[in-house]
Ligand binder design. Structure first.
Ligand code: HEM
Length: 201
């Protein structure tokens, strides 16, 4: 079902069944409950420029520097709670580092962390609820498994970050735990990512 048909279906279904917002929550998928934020994210100028192959090596390296810090923090935290052992092959930190090294050899610029990146890493470091941590893994890693596949041939360098050996298996495994009750925290994760992406515009 494409997005418009799905939205029509929901409108008809919820209105005709007279469901309250709380009831509705249980009938919506996590993807639907985070769709509004995704729509904001995938229209941001930086990603648009990536899409149109307009991003320079310098600008992309800056993005990798920010993301390396986010993924290192998130994956360390997720491993602390044994979350990633359920998803073999999902970890991205080393791959982002390899992409960074590749571009560092080609450009002379160096980049430091944005305030927005530090704030997100601090937030992740303070999380202690495995469900909330999983919500961030969902947003970041599902984004790589879907949108990343569209972007991987459009970014500078070899884009090891977006290469997975077992894309379908990982998507299926994440789906089993990506339940609608993660929505609030997943929307928080989108907000942090959006703030970083805005800085790159
Ligand atoms: C140009 C950038 C992007 C493109 C083209 C893109 C595209 C897509 C597509 C086609 C899907 C499949 C889901 C569907 O059927 O609607 C998807 C899913 C997803 N994307 Fe993106 N995306 C982009 C950016 C992002 C960003 C920046 C994030 C997070 C910060 C993100 C997070 C996600 C997540 C979590 C899903 C999984 C939704 C689900 O549960 O099925 N995406 N993306």
């Amino acid at each position: 079902m494409d997005r418009q048909v799905r939205q029509e279906f929901h409108k008809l279904f919820y209105v005709s069944a007279n469901l309250t917002p709380t009831t509705k929550f249980y009938y919506m998928t996590l993807r639907e409950l985070t769709q509004a934020k995704h729509d904001i994210a995938d229209k941001l100028p930086f990603l648009n420029d990536v899409f149109e192959k307009k991003v320079t090596k310098e600008r992309y390296l800056n993005y990798l520097v920010q993301m390396e810090s986010v993924y290192r923090t998130l994956e360390r935290k997720a491993n602390e709670y044994g979350i990633l052992k359920n998803f073999p092959g999902i970890e991205r930190t080393n791959r982002i580092e390899e992409d960074m090294l590749e571009l560092t050899e080609e450009v002379s610029a160096s980049f430091s962390l944005f305030e927005e990146t530090k704030v997100y890493c601090d937030y992740l470091n303070n999380l202690s609820d495995p469900k909330k941590i999983m919500a961030h893994v969902y947003v970041r890693h599902m984004g790589d498994l879907f949108g990343g596949q569209t972007l991987k041939n459009r970014v500078p360098g070899l884009a090891r970050w977006f290469q997975f050996d077992n894309t379908r298996e990982l998507i299926m495994k994440i789906r089993t735990v990506a339940t609608p009750d993660l929505a609030d925290e997943a929307n928080v994760a989108f907000d942090y990512s959006i703030n970083i992406l805005r800085k790159l515009s």
